[in-house]
Ligand binder design. Structure first.
Ligand code: DGJ
Length: 718
């Protein structure tokens, strides 16, 4: 880790473990020069600038690689920073003013951000830029980490003038040299989140975004540029992710010189921010990750970073409990007796946590009422949550509880008392989804109401886990209390309010494990993982679908952040029947759990469940904290997939075959990252091989005699 400024060449050189990021000051402008494989400090001055000089129709500056591209100096591409100045124009001319190199990693006021525990674990460069006409001041922050291989970037905007101005866009931008690239992003929808998509980089603009008020099922705040020959294990990857859970935009803008600008930031369709004289605006953090060793290289760096520098608290490094959730077992149709019967068998096979999902409060027997009324329904649960939780605890299980705190049902006491507390536009219909509306969490009284009502429940019953759901996105997402000129601040104010609530609640109940959810994986991002270290990956629990969803999710997010449950067949989302052992093997790709009535299983499947629980307990330190690599991509092989975890000593390999084939050709799965000369033994399958053989010849895949077959191997290094 190093940050160096050379007075002579005016070059800033930031070094992570394996990357360099270089900028230079020229005529007061901050220019981006390089992001890629680590290079030595100094002795590259003769290379600076050459690519950007030469004749052009536009002004000579038009092809300068501005670190913060704005409307100035003949630049015509996408802007990273856009203002509406007091005079109505949007010209912004940023010039260098000062810089500082400090130890550690400053917090970002009110926002989630990466962090370090010791000042010596990181170094931060702050560069102040200023527009001398409008007195707009911008502070860029860049942090490099001693033990991690990611660059954290953010931008603070200050109105230093005597006038009111409006911030219209605040993005992190990085310009790469012109080359052949493909864009990798995560596309999806409800129940098919984060499918990995790779498309040729167009000449023009490519964007994925959300204006839903949540990062969303449809697009994830992640984008990467890769070369066409980049594979899982080789080639360059330039990736960006957002430490933010609301609407976002991630784009690649290719200028006339074919050099792409990658950008990530707030979604300007639903954002603007008024800055009074002296006001500051902190834009969310963006994480930049370069890997020269392919997509697995990207994942190794991001998994480690998210586990250590994004997730926090008591559960960050602890083994995650094996849970049993009643949602797909009962939906709303439960009572104490039914729940205890399911929990008892869960306890018997070794589960550690019983989660009571939706339907325990108000008069909620279906999804048309009671959100906001967080008071137990004693008709269903006589004696209340305390009694139920004590009975669950007596079985040796912790008790978990579902909430959807940001929502309100029109049919609820809360809505009857405060009909104005939801996001809406006066005089217009309040569009409902799942028969619910969204509370205006940007308002302090709403934040306090959520904090008080959840605290009341958590203080009065021994609850060890909370599933924090959010089942709809914003429409008419405007705060009733903001004036017209500030209406477009509503969504970001909501996020700041939500982060305040989450910070307060998680600090007040530090040993409670929080899992986020948004109709499955509709808010799976680094912002939410800062408060809740795991997310329910998808409402789709079908093993065949999950292979794809977990593949895409694993590009960025660690297995310890992905909830993965074994459910009943025919599957409730697809109607598909997969073998029980495959459902277990696939759920071992994340935080393992069950979401079915175990009492309905055959003896054989119940034994398989017992074995899976024992295996997860034995190996979860490898699966949750070890290094995860993808060995076979289901999007390129008709759904077949393979993956591997290792902590250096134990190597766990999962292989999944989608469809059985007659006369199938023999196949091998090549392991990665082993020691060539060391011997590895899988006792159960009686295989002993060198690391070299497993990585180059590969592990032969057994013949599949049925659809959706799967196998797990556990090798120990001798
Ligand atoms: C959506 C979640 O993803 C499900 O797991 C379940 O909690 C339901 N909401 C409950 O309404």
């Amino acid at each position: 880790m190093l940050i160096r400024f050379d007075e002579n060449t005016q070059v800033f050189h930031l070094q992570g473990k394996t990357f360099s990021y270089i900028m230079q000051l020229k005529d007061g402008l901050l220019l981006h020069l390089y992001w890629g494989k680590k290079i030595p400090v100094g002795h590259h001055e003769d290379l600076l600038f050459l690519p950007w000089e030469g004749a052009s129709f536009d002004s000579a500056h038009s092809r300068w690689p501005l670190e913060v591209p704005t409307q100035e100096k003949g630049y015509y591409g996408q802007m990273a920073l856009r203002m509406q100045n007091a005079g109505g124009d949007d010209v912004v001319s940023l010039r260098y003013k000062a810089h500082r190199i400090v130890d550690g990693k400053p917090c970002l006021a009110g926002l989630p951000a990466s962090y370090v525990e010791q000042e010596t674990d990181a170094k931060t460069l702050e560069i102040d830029l200023e527009d001398s006409v409008t007195q707009l001041c911008v502070t860029l922050r860049y942090t490099v980490f001693a033990e991690q291989d990611v660059l954290a970037r953010s931008m603070l905007v200050k109105n230093g003038s005597e006038d009111t101005v409006v911030l219209r866009d605040a993005q992190t931008a990085v310009r790469l040299p012109a080359d052949r690239y493909e864009i990798l992003h995560l596309k999806g929808g409800w129940a098919r989140e984060r499918h990995a998509k790779r498309v040729s980089m167009p000449e023009g603009n490519f964007a994925v975004k959300s204006r839903r008020g949540a990062s969303g099922h449809e697009n994830n705040p992640f984008i990467a540029l890769v070369h066409p020959d980049t594979t899982e294990n080789g080639g360059d990857v330039y990736a960006m992710t957002h430490v933010y859970s609301g609407s976002f935009s991630a784009s690649v803008d290719v200028g006339i010189d074919r050099a792409p600008y990658m950008m990530m930031g707030l979604c300007s369709d639903v954002f603007s921010w008024q800055l009074q004289p002296g006001d500051v605006f902190q834009a969310p953090e963006t994480l930049l990750c370069y890997a020269m060793d392919g997509l697995n290289g990207l994942s190794h760096r991001m998994h480690s970073f998210i586990r250590k520098c994004i997730c926090r608290g008591y559960w960050r490094d602890r083994a995650r409990p094996i849970l049993l959730n009643n949602w797909e077992a009962t939906y709303f149709d439960f009572n104490t007796e039914k729940l205890l019967k399911i929990a008892a068998l869960g306890a018997e096979i070794g589960c550690e946590l019983f989660v009571l999902d939706d339907g325990w409060f108000g008069k909620r027997n279906t999804d048309n009422c009671s959100l906001g009324d967080w008071v137990v329904n004693e008709e269903k649960l006589p004696g209340g949550l305390k009694l139920l939780a004590e009975k669950i605890n007596a079985m040796g299980l912790k008790m978990g509880l579902w909430f959807e705190p940001e929502m309100v049902s029109p049919d609820s006491d809360l809505y009857r008392a405060h009909p104005d507390w939801c996001l809406h536009v006066d005089g217009r219909e309040r569009t409902q989804a799942r028969q619910q509306l969204i509370l205006d969490v940007g308002r302090e009284e709403v934040q306090q109401h959520i904090i008080d009502s959840l605290s009341q429940v958590l203080e009065n019953a021994p609850i060890g886990y909370v599933k924090w759901d959010m089942n709809r996105n914003m429409m008419e997402g405007f705060s009733a209390v903001l004036p017209a000129e500030r209406k477009l601040e509503s969504q970001h104010r909501y996020m700041l309010g939500l982060y305040h609530v989450l910070e307060t609640i998680t600090a007040r109940f530090p040993e409670v494990l929080f899992e986020s959810c948004s109709g499955g994986g509709g808010r799976f991002d680094c912002g939410i993982l800062h408060y809740m270290p795991q997310t329910w990956t998808s409402d789709d629990t079908d093993a065949a679908e999950r292979v794809k969803i977990q593949y895409g999710t694993s590009l960025i997010y660690p297995c310890s952040s992905m909830g993965a449950h074994v459910s009943a067949v025919p599957n409730h989302q697809t109607g598909r029947t997969t073998p029980f052992n495959t459902r277990c093997n696939v759920a071992m790709g994340g935080n393992f759990g069950f979401e079915l009535d175990l009492n309905k299983l055959s003896e054989e499947d119940l034994q398989c469940a017992r074995d899976a629980v024992a295996a997860v307990k034995k190996w979860r330190h490898v699966m949750q904290q070890g290094e995860y690599s993808r060995l076979q991509n289901p999007f390129l092989s008709d759904g077949d997939a393979a993956w591997q975890y290792t902590d250096g000593q134990t190597v766990i390999v999962g292989i999944y075959r989608a469809l059985a084939q007659p006369n199938a050709s023999p196949r091998c799965v090549k392991l990665v990252g082993l020691e060539e000369e060391a011997l590895y033994t899988d006792r159960e399958h009686q295989i002993t091989c060198s690391g070299g053989a497993l990585m180059n010849m590969g592990l032969p895949v057994p013949y599949a005699w049925k659809d959706h077959d799967s196998w797990v191997y556990v090798f120990e290094k001798q």
